[in-house]
Design a binder for this molecule. Structure first.
Ligand code: GDP
Length: 292
């Protein structure tokens, strides 16, 4: 059975006209169910309680309006605009299976088609899995975008270094680099990412270099743990929420914004290239809370 969305749950909660304390308790459960996470939920609900009391709020509209306002203060957004005149490097991070390769292809398509950026290239930095290299190359050939890769097992730092040299030589504007995401071997993963990070920083000091973390909307609060690991390892600049095809969950963006200060740049809502949308906090909150 399809899980009810937070918006649907809130609607029935308000329709029942429950007393305020019961309402706040149920609201807590509902926000946790929507992946906002217990700690952030407690803060949200206590702020809402306080505002309800101080501003004497009552009724669905006033309460949902205040809730939306509080959540908006927790959410962070970034446009991830390309810096002109320099080579932009996006190192794309994430655990295997979250939708990283697909997201790279979607972003390449987005910048080229929507932003009319010429000279977008892909770098196959997940050399651990032969399938990841093949998949990136397949996307590259479908999109007519150059993919720079080496044989499986090659040093990912070398692949990305070569990609930077090649992109500079060709006057490209954007390198989207894939990375491995083997979570079961966390120490190796972190060491490898730190090495790549040092290479990009030292070999391309005049590049605009950003680290983008892909989070799977269906993995719930695991997303917070994943973000902490990648953020600690190399520092994350922006998040892409993949597989956000339904609004049943997705509150993780509020947790990531509030706990780690991480802004969201895009959300992925399907498997097609055009299913990547720039993150719109107002639309996201309206959908999450069932306000549309
Ligand atoms: P990676 O291992 O992180 O590189 O993950 P992939 O890019 O290979 O994606 C794993 C699966 O998720 C593939 O079947 C993708 O088609 C699918 N996928 C990726 N993004 C989305 C999305 O936004 N919505 C849906 N429904 N599926 C997605």
């Amino acid at each position: 059975m399809k899980k009810k969305s937070l918006g649907e749950r809130l609607k029935s909660l308000f329709q029942r006209g429950v007393e305020s304390e019961e309402l706040f308790e149920e609201l807590e459960d509902n926000l946790i169910e929507a992946d906002i996470g217990p700690r952030v939920t407690m803060e949200v609900v206590s702020e809402l309680r306080e505002r309800t009391r101080q501003e004497r709020l009552s009724g669905r509209e006033a309460l949902l309006g205040a809730l939306k306002d509080i959540l908006a203060g927790y959410l962070k957004q970034t446009e991830l605009a390309l810096v002109p005149e320099v080579l932009n490097v996006f190192l794309v991070l994430g655990v295997n299976g979250v939708g990283k390769t697909t997201t790279i292809a979607k972003m390449a398509d987005f910048y080229r088609r929507k932003k009319e950026v010429e000279g977008v290239v892909l770098a196959a930095g997940d050399t651990f899995r032969a399938a990841a290299i093949d998949q990136l190359e397949l996307h590259g050939s479908r999109l007519g975008i150059r993919t720079l890769s080496q044989a499986p097992g090659a040093d990912p730092g070398a692949v990305i270094f070569d990609a930077l040299i090649s992109a500079r030589a060709q006057g490209d504007r954007l390198v989207l680099a894939d990375t491995a995401g083997r979570m079961h071997n966390r120490a190796n993963l972190v060491a490898e990412l730190q090495k790549i990070h040092r290479i990009v920083e030292s070999r391309c000091p005049d590049c605009s270099y950003r680290k983008i973390l892909v989070i799977d909307a269906t993995t719930g609060q695991n997303g917070l743990q994943q973000a902490e690991i990648f953020h600690d390892a190399v520092g994350v600049d922006a998040v892409v929420l993949a597989k956000y095809d339904s609004t049943a969950r997705g509150g993780i963006l509020i947790t990531l914004g509030h706990r780690l200060g991480l802004p969201c740049a895009f959300i992925g809502r399907g498997e097609k290239y055009e299913d990547l949308l720039p993150f719109d906090p107002d639309m996201y909150l309206n959908e999450l809370l069932g306000l549309i």
